[in-house]
Design a protein around this ligand. Structure first.
Ligand SMILES: [Cu+2]
Length: 220
């Protein structure tokens, strides 16, 4: 058995911070998004609606943040893992907050992959890193928006990451329908992102009391 290759590399580019490590420390489980955890004392309301349908398999993203001066909300960074196994990225769609550490792993027994990450629709690599079995690549994305992820070695191995700066964010379904379960009553700035049109102009919305319905189908 060949000795485990030890890699320690730090890459800093304008909008991103990348650490490549090949260590075998125990990874935390990939957590659920924690949006809204900091404001549990206010009554939570449901928001649902309709946005443009997915384009090229990439769903719309709906983002809500409290209107006005952005409050100092204590947010715990969520830890996400995207594994490469069985010639598939898992999960294939990931919604993260700005700066959340995203760890790429390779669980294959003896199959190398790579991770090539680009801003959505762009042709410039943000990351192009080998991903051999046992290695980990930790990425913190600091620019909001969509990111394409591919493995060069296996056509069809793709993933999509969306990085949000909003306090409440959700992927729409393929048909464009969306739902957020727990949003405190209040005035919000809503922003829509679609694969076809990118970020749309922010708009003001009132949430609750009661179920709030929002139609974004005509946007963009
Ligand atoms: Cu691959």
């Amino acid at each position: 058995m060949r000795p485990q290759q030890r890699l320690q590399r730090t890459l800093i580019v304008p909008s991103i911070f990348v650490m490549l490590t090949a260590c075998d420390f125990e990874m935390p489980p990939s957590g659920a998004p924690t949006s809204g955890d900091a404001i549990e004392t206010l009554p939570m309301q449901g928001v649902h609606g309709q946005s443009p349908a997915a384009s090229g398999g990439v769903p719309s993203v709906i983002m809500l943040s409290p209107a006005g001066a952005s409050p100092e909300i204590e947010k715990t960074a969520s830890l996400f893992t995207i594994d490469q196994f069985g010639l598939t990225f898992s999960p294939r769609y990931l919604l993260a907050d700005k700066g959340d550490p995203i760890t790429f792993t390779n669980s294959e027994s003896d199959l190398s992959h790579n991770v090539r990450l680009r801003a959505f629709g762009d042709t410039i690599d943000v990351i192009d890193a080998d991903a051999n079995p046992g290695e980990q690549l930790v990425v913190q994305l600091l620019a909001a928006g969509g990111y394409d992820v591919i493995c060069d070695m296996h056509p069809g191995m793709t993933a999509f990451i969306f990085v949000s700066e909003a306090t409440h964010s959700v992927f729409a379904q393929t048909d464009g329908s969306f739902a957020l379960d727990s949003v405190p009553v209040g005035t919000y700035t809503l922003q829509l992102w679609t694969a076809a049109s990118g970020f749309q102009a922010p708009r003001s919305v009132e949430i609750g009391p009661g179920l709030t319905s929002i139609n974004l189908e005509m946007s963009g």
